[in-house]
Design a protein around this ligand. Structure first.
Ligand code: GCV
Length: 842
């Protein structure tokens, strides 16, 4: 039996001399963008002059890693095994080493621009009379980044014959956070169990940890905080430190430091003190000793991440102290060792008074941290979520980026799609992140781009950068959806170079992940680049925030869940209008936290961009947007357009059949089909809710009007019973049917339209506490059957579990009896919502 790689070489004719049309071999997804697929024969001509030897000048472990990676990549892509040499051979070679070591061979050799601590230089130079390909940098880590860049060029079919390229990262801190728990679960993780932990300890097998470190290094990520910010004090217990050291050792080989999220009350909970007051001398001593003990075992330890006084986490407010008091107490303990404190600005009261029109969660970070500007030690980073609320599908940029001019800041982005479809929906986030990074804060009326603030270029604090909450897991595709890895890739690329366009990132990622076929590259990149706006369109447009169920899963629709509670994610929709008044003149005053020019723009509804209008203003539903549409019609239209575009992904993807290996092709297809159905669930829930709230009908007569739908409750039912769905808008007509009869129930109806070929969508609910089965008959003929065994975040019928199954090209005649038989399983009662029948497309 041929291995996948051998098979690829045979199909390309490399080994046999003949070209066969072979189906593409199934590929594993865990190599992600580092799969180094064999390059076809014509393309590999380009690399024929690549030297046969590789020389490493130096013997550090990281240079060894770089050399190993180069050999692995070249062998896999070009079928050529580079010979590893210790000294320059009498032939051309690829030479890896720091600039100092290369200059010892060629004195005076220097790059056209500075390399910085982590940049690299790829160049071709004559060494001892031979044309060598040089990968060099000021540090070993830079050399490793250079090797990855070189391999990426080959994988993307770029010419490397006349290389002379210097690259430098934009910011020093390029970190990912994992919200992993010791029991192996991951908070807001959608890609399986933790790669680090299981059953209260660190895993024995580090295969995935090593692979993750390699992926991160390849995109320039240089730090990883390994545990949940809702931290378990156990991470700091003495007997746990050797476990941390094991993880740190693996990451070190790839130039990555680890950090640990800490619970500020640890000195009291596990340290035997009766306080965790940051100003108490005993506490200061405790942190000093803890830091010393950690650094004894992990000399390159990165530091601590702190979530305090937030969502129930203990913090300095217990003792009337400030975040600066708390951060500095720890920072001083870490400073002698070069460690840092990432103190999160995600501090807010989640018991706000929703009846007070002046209260506003969006204000919290600025109100708390801005007055402390300049009071933090220089090894404290204030880690600020990009928007003032919480990773919603659209938020304005947090004004705190303009409020801290004498303090290190990093921007926190969320790679895991907590509020953006949880890796079941395609949502390419670099499109959003680029907008955030390009936002002009207009400080002192000057152009002040957020990306320059967070990289430290604007205020020149010692450190700055980006932190991405990644939450990869043991799933073969890391994040749970093969296309979602574009977000992790994009995070790394933007933290390296925030000027990269979303399209460039999407194209790079597609080439690396799926190959260089032009149709694959253009189709998939196009899908990716637009997907964030599509998701926004069918969830929460106009700055409404995501409109998801904020009290539960944060996944399906839950328009009202944000209202009348203390969480402060209010959109204030009522019968008259919608939106939160955050102006200085009449609202919460949040707008006043921005610089004058930005505040002026947001203070007036006329100058506020439509996409954030309802974040800043409460307006009537008849308010006319810049597009000329009313707010209510925009809500309807954007949901219909968004759902329509999500449906088109299925067609776009199908056009790639045969150009992508069957396994990944069908896996992604199934997810896109699911997404198309769930986008309709979203569309209908939000549109119907706003229709009922506003009383204003859709000008296009779609909302509340479904002539092709047969409601389950209107079918002829045998053993099925009708139930109310809560909230009502999460099912069609507010009702569904359930079957508690173990032997099954039947719902049937007569088809009344003309004979022809039809698409039938069965809307049912797929809970995670049972695997009901369904069979569909036309007359006596079974036309489809399936088991509802998806793992959606739902234990009941509603917006999270609502799913559509499509039967295509079904021949129907007037009078045909369509019958659905549902068999319940455990707590899932074969629930059905409706059937929708449309003529098959031509
Ligand atoms: C780790 C949101 C999430 C929480 C998360 C929190 C945070 O509220 O829903 O799961 O907690 O953000 O960023 O700390």
């Amino acid at each position: 039996m041929k291995t996948p790689k051998l098979r690829a070489l045979f199909c390309l004719g490399v080994l046999s001399g003949t070209v066969y049309a072979c189906p593409l071999a199934a590929e594993s997804t865990h190599d992600a963008w580092l799969r180094y697929a064999p390059i076809d024969r014509t393309a590999r001509e380009k690399y024929a002059s690549l030297p046969a030897a590789v020389v490493v000048l130096g013997d550090s472990p990281m240079l060894g890693t770089a050399q190993g990676e180069l050999i692995r990549g070249v062998r896999s892509m070009l079928g050529k095994t580079l010979r590893a040499e210790k000294n320059l051979p009498r032939e051309k070679a690829v030479v890896l080493g720091t600039l100092a070591s290369i200059q010892s061979i060629v004195p005076g050799l220097s790059a056209s621009s500075p390399l910085g601590e982590e940049g690299f230089w790829l160049t071709a130079e004559n060494l001892h009379g031979f044309r060598c390909l040089i990968v060099t940098a000021m540090t070993d880590r830079g050399v490793l980044y250079g090797v990855f860049a070189l391999l990426s060029k080959i994988a993307r079919d770029e010419d490397i014959s006349a290389l002379n390229e210097v690259q430098q990262p934009n910011a020093r801190l390029r970190w990912v956070d994992q919200w992993d728990n010791l029991d192996g679960g991951i908070e807001r993780g959608y890609g399986g169990r933790s790669i680090f932990f299981e059953d209260g300890g660190v895993r024995a097998d580090f295969t995935r940890v090593r692979e993750y470190a390699r992926l991160l290094a390849s995109i320039g990520v240089n730090g990883c905080a390994i545990n949940n910010v809702n931290a378990n004090p156990r991470f700091l217990e003495e007997d746990f430190l050797p476990q941390l050291a094991r993880i740190a050792d693996v990451f070190r080989e790839w130039g990555i430091r680890i950090a640990v999220s800490i619970d500020l009350s640890s000195p009291k909970v596990i340290g035997g003190l009766d306080t965790f007051d940051p100003l108490d001398p005993r506490l200061i001593q405790w942190w000093r000793e803890k830091a010393n003990n950690i650094y004894r075992r992990i000399p390159n330890f990165g530091g601590f991440v702190v979530k305090a006084d937030s969502e129930g986490q203990p913090g300095p407010s217990t003792y009337g102290r400030t975040p600066a008091d708390a951060a500095n107490a720890i920072a001083r303990a870490l400073k002698p060792h070069g460690g840092i404190v990432f103190y999160r600005a995600f501090v807010y009261d989640h018991h706000l008074n929703w009846q007070d029109p002046k209260s506003d969660r969006a204000r919290a970070a600025y109100d708390i941290f801005q007055p402390l500007d300049g009071e933090f030690e220089d090894n404290v980073i204030i880690q600020i979520k990009h928007g003032p609320i919480d990773f919603q599908v659209r938020e304005p940029v947090s004004p705190l980026f303009g409020g801290l001019r004498h303090t290190n800041v990093a921007m926190e982005l969320q790679i895991t799609q907590e509020y953006t479809g949880q890796q079941r929906h395609l949502c390419f986030l670099p499109s959003m992140w680029r907008e955030v990074l390009d936002f002009d804060l207009r400080l002192n009326r000057d152009r002040t781009l957020v990306k320059d603030v967070v990289s430290g270029k604007t205020f020149r604090p010692p450190m700055g950068g980006l932190v991405g909450v990644a939450n990869v897991g043991m799933d073969a595709s890391w994040l749970g959806h093969p296309l979602a890895m574009a977000n992790l890739y994009g995070f790394g690329r933007l933290s390296w170079n925030p000027d990269l366009s979303p399209r460039t990132i999407a194209e790079e990622w597609t080439r690396l992940t799926f190959g260089n076929d032009p149709a694959v590259v253009s189709t998939l990149s196009e899908m990716q680049v637009n997907s964030w706006r599509v998701y926004e369109g069918y969830t929460g447009p106009l700055g409404l925030q995501t409109l998801t169920d904020i009290l539960g899963s944060h996944y399906g629709p839950g328009v009202e869940s944000s209202e009348r509670n203390g969480w402060g994610q209010w959109h204030r929709a009522d019968h008259e209008g919608v939106g939160m008044d955050r102006t200085v003149a009449t609202g919460t005053g949040y707008v006043g936290q921005y610089s004058l020019p930005v505040a002026k723009m947001y203070e007036s509804s006329e100058s506020t961009p439509d996409e954030v209008l309802l974040f800043f203003h409460h307006v009537p539903y008849t308010y006319v947007l810049k597009s000329g549409k009313t707010v209510i019609q925009h809500i309807y239209d954007s949901h219909y357009e968004g759902a329509e575009r999500a449906a088109q992904y299925v067609h776009h993807w199908k056009s790639l059949r045969g150009l992508i290996d069957e396994q990944r092709y069908s896996d992604v297809l199934a997810r896109l089909e699911y997404q198309a159905g769930h986008a309709i669930v979203w569309r209908d829930a939000v549109c119907n809710w706003f229709f009922r709230a506003s009383g204003i009908p859709d000008a296009k007569h779609r909302v509340g009007n479904y002539p092709d739908r047969v409601e389950a409750e209107a079918m002829q039912l045998a053993n099925y019973s009708i139930v109310d769905v809560v909230p009502w808008e999460n099912s069609s007509g507010g009702k569904a049917i359930e079957c508690v009869q173990p032997r099954g129930c039947t719902a049937s109806f007569r088809f009344t339209r003309d004979a022809g070929s039809y698409e039938i969508d069965i809307a049912y609910f797929d809970q995670n506490n049972g695997d009901s089965s369904f069979r569909v008959f036309v007359g006596d003929q079974l036309v489809d059957e399936w088991v509802a065994n998806d793992t959606l975040p739902a234990r009941k019928i509603g917006g999270d579990s609502s799913t559509r199954r499509r039967i295509r090209g079904l021949a129907l005649r007037k009078g045909d009896k369509i019958r659905i038989v549902g068999i319940p399983d455990r707590e899932e009662h074969a629930p059905l919502d409706y059937v929708e029948i449309d003529p098959s497309p031509e």
